[in-house]
Design a protein around this ligand. Structure first.
Ligand code: PLP
Length: 381
């Protein structure tokens, strides 16, 4: 039986052929003027997707490298910081801050729930010496999106800087760095950029962030943002040349669709999937679901890991499971990046068929009907 591979995971995401082909081009010397031009154009394009006039640095690492960069450059041992832990990626901020010896004020949010801006307000009021607030735009492990605009509104009135993990959120969810007052935001290539893994991005917006970076006493070398700033838009170390070609192609594709339309597409698709899931009688996991992915509770009478295996082995459809304490309890259907309407239809149909195969009493066609109707309705607007 032929099975086509369909990746509907929130990273790596599907890569369009045009982007793949860029990677097959001749590798230039990284000091070649032609490559330097490509770096400059990538840096300009990145500013547009981060919505900042600040500099955006390109690192050869996965997204976690950009997270470590943010921590190493802003946190000195003993510094008081806030981390928001409402899932696996918020937890990663906390682990990084611990590794760098921060004096951490942890805001625990139940996994699946979202951060309330007044939790940040209260913590900052009680701890006026907080230096950095670490948050997550789209908490990929739970499917929740946080209201970063409201958080920025509060943090910008204080001495603290706001760092946002937008690794899965950037390009999929609105983020207006300059307008909202986000000081540092990070992203990664294998998410909404529709690229293979391997690049991470760190956007630094303004003097408040740079002052913090200058003051940090933490040891850093490869990830020292001052080295990237001094060489900008050139790269201090060997650039990931072919990935930069791919980045330029991806940015070109996003610009031609327009960032606003890309945000809208993610909203339409995520909304359609939520409708489909609920029409099937399944339950959403996130209390405030974002537009990157849909996290679904695994019904009690179904083995969550077996379900993923059936989707993968019978249909070639790859969904993500739950991470850490959510393992086996949820599955996650991503619509991040290079995903189209028929991918959404394939995804819901796979869920229906796999559930049926596993003995779950679902009404075949009920999910796909809701997804189709939702997509058609969006077309009419
Ligand atoms: C994917 C992701 C990361 C980075 O993970 P890597 O595996 O290091 O690329 C960080 N934060 C969020 C929210 C993510 O979705």
């Amino acid at each position: 039986m032929i099975k086509k591979l369909r990746i509907m995971t929130p990273g790596p995401t599907p890569v369009p052929v045009d982007v793949l082909l860029e990677g097959a081009k001749e590798t230039l010397y990284h000091r070649n003027p032609r490559f330097k031009k490509m770096l400059t154009s990538a840096s300009e394009g990145l500013k547009k997707v981060f919505k900042t006039r600040g500099q955006v640095f390109i690192l050869a690492s996965s997204g976690t490298g950009a997270m470590e960069t943010a921590v190493a450059n802003t946190v000195s041992p003993g510094d008081k910081v806030i981390t928001v832990v409402g899932g696996k990626f918020g937890e990663r901020w906390a682990e990084l801050c611990k590794a760098y010896g921060a004096n951490m004020h942890k805001i625990d949010v139940e996994w699946g729930d979202y951060l309330r801006a007044d939790q940040i307000e209260k913590a900052l009021k009680e701890n006026p010496d907080i230096k950095v607030v670490f948050t997550t735009l789209s908490e990929t492990s739970t499917g929740v999106v946080n209201d970063i605009k409201a958080v920025a509104e509060i943090v910008k009135k204080t001495k603290a800087i706001l760092v946002v993990d937008a690794v899965s959120g950037l390009i999929a969810e609105p983020l207006e760095m300059d307008e909202w007052g986000v000081d540092i935001a990070i992203a990664g290539s294998q998410k909404a950029f529709m690229m293979p893994p391997g690049l991470a991005f760190v956007a630094v917006n303004g003097e408040k962030a740079w002052k913090r970076i200058e003051e940090s006493k933490s040891p850093r070398y490869y990830f020292d943002l001052r080295a990237y700033r001094d060489k900008y838009t050139d790269t201090p170390y060997t650039g990931a040349v072919n990935l930069v070609y791919q980045l330029n192609k991806s940015l070109e594709m996003i610009e031609s669709e327009t960032l606003e339309k890309v945000w809208e597409r993610h909203a339409i698709f995520a909304n359609a999937m939520r409708k489909g899931i609920q029409a099937l009688g399944l339950e959403l996991f996130a209390k405030k679901p974002g537009n990157v992915l849909t996290a679904v509770k695994v019904p009690n009478d179904i083995d969550g890991l077996e379900f993923l295996k059936v989707c993968r082995e019978e249909y070639g459809m790859v969904f993500s499971g739950g991470q850490a304490k959510l393992k086996g309890k949820i599955f996650r259907v991503s619509n991040l990046g290079y995903v189209d309407k028929l991918d959404m239809i394939s995804a819901i149909v796979t869920i229906e068929m796999a559930m049926k195969k596993m003995g779950k009493d679902v009404l075949i066609g009920s999910g796909v009907k809701a997804v189709e109707e939702s997509l058609l309705e969006a077309d009419e607007k």
